[in-house]
Ligand binder design. Structure first.
Ligand code: GGG
Length: 381
């Protein structure tokens, strides 16, 4: 069994008597990272991400103590649970969690998701799911006439309540009159803190300074009405940030028709999940979509995962694109306040994509997973 141990922070130790003998030892800061490769291609992309993280850390005099947890579908098939009963306690002391993917053809998707991913997001109050959509120079968007850098927005998805609250149940199970009730839960506290995060992000990005709120209040007259009201309430505190409120259906159209107009897009759990996949598609590949499940208050470890799933159709073949996991690692570096290292990883990925020589099949190439990582490591220097 692995255990996360929080290691001491950076310190300086002075030793020796004479100035000649006095050696200043910089104790290297070590971050403990819980690693859950999970299922399918998760087990292939996570080792690649770790290699890049280690190389980036070395350049900045920090290190990572990775604690691997073999949870996921294989654990479920053996023990009947995606992760053990005390899993949350084991993860809690870690500085961050690095996750691959969950999902297995022999296990219902609601079992895998509700057995691992969703409970971790909720237990650690990772209420902001941040999913950037950036069209890298050298990558072809399926949208005609879009050049590198022209699509550049971030979907901020509510991550602990809304349509994923798991409130409901079945009546008359497996009978012709069966009823399933699935209740969405929207709280003012939950929406307000997410909206504040989205507005702060628009200010920090300092690009278009625009927040687009995704709603469906024309049809959903309670939860989405509270959503809209809270959006306008928070927006009043940010007079320098432009606002827009779009019905989710109109937003889906506009992701295709005018993606360049978006900066920060704030959405409920379900709408954010769907729109961020569309975001991944228009930037050229799901294999480039990174994400962070953040507890912005840093009370608990945040979790970093590529947006893609376990992709059983290509798992085990060594051909999956590792760049989503690598860019996810860069988001983790940024969260750990290693922003220079994060920037270097991002630039290395951008350089590989701009060059266009090494790329996996999802981007029209024939390179293998490890070749892409090698190219990123070479650019990293
Ligand atoms: N990268 C983690 C993973 O396997 N995601 C697949 C998935 O379906 N996620 C749903 C969600 O993000 O709520």
């Amino acid at each position: 069994m692995s255990i996360c141990i929080r290691l001491p922070a950076t310190g300086k130790t002075a030793a020796g008597g004479t100035p000649h003998e006095r050696i200043i030892i910089e104790a290297m800061k070590t971050f403990t990272i819980a690693v859950i490769p999970g299922d399918g291609v998760g087990a292939e992309v996570v080792p690649e991400g770790k290699r890049v993280l280690e190389a980036a850390a070395k350049r900045h005099n920090v290190s990572f103590a990775f604690q691997d947890f073999d949870w996921g579908a294989a654990h479920f098939l053996r023990w009947g649970r995606m992760m053990p009963a005390g899993a949350i306690d084991l993860l809690q002391p870690c500085d961050a969690i690095y996750l691959g993917a969950v999902g297995h053809p022999q296990i219902p998707d609601h079992t895998t998701l509700n057995g691992l991913l969703l409970p971790i997001r909720r237990a650690f109050d990772q209420y902001a799911n941040v999913r950037p959509a950036y069209l890298y120079p050298g990558v072809t968007s399926p949208l005609a006439g879009r050049n590198g850098g022209e699509i550049d927005f971030v979907v901020v998805r509510e991550n602990t309540e809304g349509e994923y609250a798991q409130v409901g149940g079945f009546l008359y199970t497996h009978q012709p009159e069966e009823v399933a009730i699935q209740t969405a839960v929207f709280t003012h506290r939950g929406i307000e803190r997410l909206m504040r995060y989205a507005f702060e992000l628009a200010v920090k990005r300092n690009k278009k300074k625009r927040v687009t709120s995704i709603t469906k209040s024309n049809a959903q007259g309670y939860g989405m009405v509270l959503w809209d009201r809270t959006f306008f309430e928070v927006s009043a505190k940010y007079p320098d940030v432009e606002t827009e409120s779009l019905l989710v259906d109109a937003a889906a159209m506009n992701f295709v028709r005018r993606p360049e107009s978006f900066d920060v897009v704030v959405a409920s759990n379900l709408f954010g999940d769907i729109l961020s996949d569309l975001g991944a598609a228009i930037i050229g590949s799901m294999g480039l979509a990174a994400s962070a499940n953040l507890d912005p208050e840093r009370r608990f470890p945040s979790m970093f995962e590529p947006v893609h799933g376990s992709a059983p159709d290509i798992a085990g073949k060594g051909v999956v694109n590792p760049l989503a996991a690598i860019l996810t690692g860069a988001m983790m570096l940024d969260h750990l306040e290693l922003s220079a290292a994060a920037q270097e990883v991002e630039s290395a990925v951008a350089a590989v994509l701009a060059e266009g020589k090494v790329r996996t099949a999802d981007l029209g190439g024939a390179s293998r997973t490890v070749e892409v990582t090698a190219a990123v490591l070479e650019k990293l220097g």
